[in-house]
Design a binder for this molecule. Structure first.
Ligand SMILES: NC(=O)c1ccc[n+]([C@@H]2O[C@H](COP(=O)([O-])OP(=O)(O)OC[C@H]3O[C@@H](n4cnc5c(N)ncnc54)[C@H](O)[C@@H]3O)[C@@H](O)[C@H]2O)c1
Length: 630
């Protein structure tokens, strides 16, 4: 029979984030002037005992003497502690119930408040070893059961000697008393648990430092280990991505490196080694060579809207999912469109130029309110539809045309032909996407079909509008004005010069592709993209991925999730299910989606599996990437 393995786990500051007696002191003295004084005295005594500087029994007696608790207070303490369970313990809840025969809580704390907390995790009552309070007939705590070995100096060692566990013992805790078990030869490995507190004296004695439970499970190759402990996930953020993004990813437990600028191809090929998650903006060229140089890369976050800088095909071929922030700056673009429409209708750009030339032209000629005017939106996507709402709030009459069926918002009117829109509207605003067919889409012919005196706005894509034809229409007076934010050729950076394509036109607004450039949009992006990254790592959800089949997955509470990315050839699902059947796995749920290139299969199973299952899944022909979540 295989050697049994026991997990001996401390409670205070290990299973929970806190020392329970500190919390009890807060409960008892909340709102009184004793709170600070007693609280710090208790902390001091706890630290002295944990660091081995004060005998345990002495520390316990002194601490209890400071606390005037009743059974009701102890019950309240349990409720508080349930909210303060360590994050990695919560994440690995399934491990505790699955290993319930082998998990022992060994604590110098009190079973009275420990049991309700750990039992929620499936830990057996008889495996909880801790002190117990004594109460009088008024349910007031009078002391503790002094015959319990855990109330004594080196109590954990005495208890472990009595238990004499037959198997391999791993001790996990933050205190010196946990190390003593290992020192006495009663455990194979002592894991100094540092998720909540790092005690240097204890760390110095550790066989292994573990900053989370994930790391412990991973290091012993436990079948319930997450495919990778979060603290080992490396994130590289380039191009000075907003600091909130770094914070969000660090809060999740990842190691994050943030660099100020972009890297060139060779630098990135070097730097990307060992990186699991890459975050870039528009200047980093993620070429096939870089993707091929990456040895751990699972996902790329583009902290911007466009993904032209990324070789999406190379990412897909290597099972790297790419996310961007498609609507983080939608509102910013819409506000700019609204502002420009109002300015153009009032001839403000013309008036400003006249003022610059020293001309005073106080006249209402050609100036209109936007109220009651007809706005035609071409492309009723994220931006177009939001513009529809805001324009309507200003009193405009909204019409739209889209190549696909889109729900009309508010009182907007859907038109079935572009010509109809052009001949109806006073303002035409383009919000189509960058698909290849849209290059040169809006020609002189379309401009000619617009109403005389109409206005054209393009904040979508540079190559969409024929600028020469627009120039002629503005000069001839067929159009009354235009706003252009995007150009067929744009400078690569702010140091390059720009040769304005439209000249000698007065009622014109030219801007350097700043439709979405606001600080709010940057903040939204810094929130949205890390959110997508974390969701993909934690659940496998690829919803909103630019290059992966989109699958939205629930978080799996109990069981294991296997994520299989493969070339889109027939028969893979059948082969996978043969492997699950061969290993006797019960499938709880299975999700499959494919695109032209790849298939993405997510399978949830409910019982422990042998490592050979993973090998068998990995070795299915045409597998690109495979990972397990729990
Ligand atoms: N100026 C800026 O700084 C800035 C900022 C953000 C986005 N953009 C650009 O704005 C555009 C719209 O962005 P979005 O987020 O609303 O995109 P989206 O994908 O949500 O919407 C595009 C819509 O256009 C429709 N469409 C595509 N081709 C069409 C055509 N030929 N005729 C009619 N409808 C067509 C699509 O069906 C879709 O509904 C994009 O081109 C984007 O690159 C510019």
């Amino acid at each position: 029979m295989a050697n049994k393995r026991f997990f001996v786990i401390d409670f205070d500051s290990t299973f929970t984030k806190v020392e329970a007696l500190d919390v009890l002191s807060d409960i008892l003295y909340e709102g009184t002037d004793k709170k600070e004084e007693i609280g710090s005295k208790i902390k001091e005594l706890t630290d002295q005992a944990m660091a081995g500087e004060l005998s345990f029994r002495e520390a316990l007696e002194q601490r209890l003497a400071l606390l005037d608790a009743t059974k009701k207070d102890v019950d309240q303490l349990s409720s508080e502690l349930k909210k303060l369970v360590s994050e990695s313990v919560k994440r690995n809840k399934a491990f505790f119930s699955q290993e319930k025969d082998n998990v022992l809580i060994v604590s110098s704390g009190f079973k009275d408040f420990i049991a309700p907390v750990v039992k929620d995790f499936g830990i057996k009552e008889e495996n909880i070893y801790a002190n117990t309070f004594t109460y009088n007939d008024k349910d007031e705590v009078t002391g503790f059961d002094a015959s319990n070995p855990l109330s004594e100096h080196k109590g954990k060692v005495k208890l472990m000697e009595e238990l004499s566990l037959d198997g391999e013992v791993l001790v996990i805790g933050d205190g010196y008393t946990d190390y003593e078990i290992r020192e006495a030869g009663l455990a194979k490995t002592f894991y100094a648990f540092t998720e909540n507190i790092k005690r240097e004296k204890v760390l110095a004695k550790a066989d292994v430092e573990a900053s989370s439970f994930d790391e412990i499970l991973y290091s012993i190759k436990h079948p319930m280990a997450t495919s990778f402990p979060k603290s080992k996930i490396k994130v590289l953020l380039l191009e000075n991505i907003h600091k909130d993004a770094k914070q969000k990813l660090e809060d999740e437990g990842y190691q994050v490196e943030l660099l100020g600028g972009a890297l060139d191809e060779d630098e990135l090929c070097e730097k990307i080694k060992g990186v699991h998650i890459l975050g870039i903006r528009s200047k980093t060229m993620l070429t096939r060579k870089v993707v091929e140089a990456a040895d751990r890369l699972m996902l790329v976050g583009a902290f911007c809207i466009g993904t032209n800088q990324i070789d999406l095909q190379a990412c897909t071929d290597h099972g790297v999912s790419v996310f961007n922030a498609p609507f983080s700056n939608t509102r910013s673009v819409v506000e700019m469109a609204i502002g420009e429409i109002i300015l153009l209708m009032r001839q403000i750009p013309r008036r400003m130029r006249q003022m610059d030339r020293g001309e005073w032209s106080k006249s209402a000629n050609g100036s209109f309110e936007v109220r009651g005017k007809k706005l035609g939106i071409i492309g009723y996507g994220n931006i177009g539809s939001q513009l529809s709402i805001l324009a309507e709030m200003l009193g405009m009459d909204v019409y739209y045309y889209d190549v696909v069926e889109k729900l009309a918002l508010g009182n907007a009117t859907k038109l079935n032909s572009l010509d109809q829109l052009l001949s109806t509207c006073d303002v035409v605003s383009l919000h189509v996407d960058g698909r290849a067919e849209n290059k040169g889409y809006f020609t002189g012919e379309h401009i000619a079909k617009m109403k005389k005196g109409a206005i054209l706005v393009n904040l979508a894509r540079g190559p969409v509008v024929e600028l020469e034809a627009l120039q002629q229409a503005l000069q001839s007076g067929h159009l009354a004005g235009a706003a252009i934010d995007v150009f067929p050729v744009e400078p690569k950076n702010n140091n390059d010069t720009f040769d304005a394509p439209l000249k000698d036109v007065d009622n014109l607004i030219l801007t350097p592709h700043i439709g979405g450039s606001t600080l709010e949009a940057q903040e939204n992006i810094a929130d949205f993209v890390p959110g997508k990254m974390i969701e993909y790592v934690n659940t496998g959800s690829s919803f909103n991925s630019v290059n992966f089949p989109n699958v939205q997955l629930p978080r799996l509470e109990n069981g294991h999730r296997m994520l299989h990315i493969h070339k889109n050839v027939s028969g893979i699902l059948a082969q996978m299910n043969n492997v699950f059947a061969k290993h006797g796995c019960n499938i709880l749920g299975q999700y499959l989606k494919t695109n032209e290139d790849i298939g993405y299969v997510i399978t949830d199973i409910d019982q422990t599996y042998q490592p050979e299952l993973l090998e068998d899944l990995r070795s299915i022909d045409n597998t690109i990437k495979f990972r397990t979540l729990y």
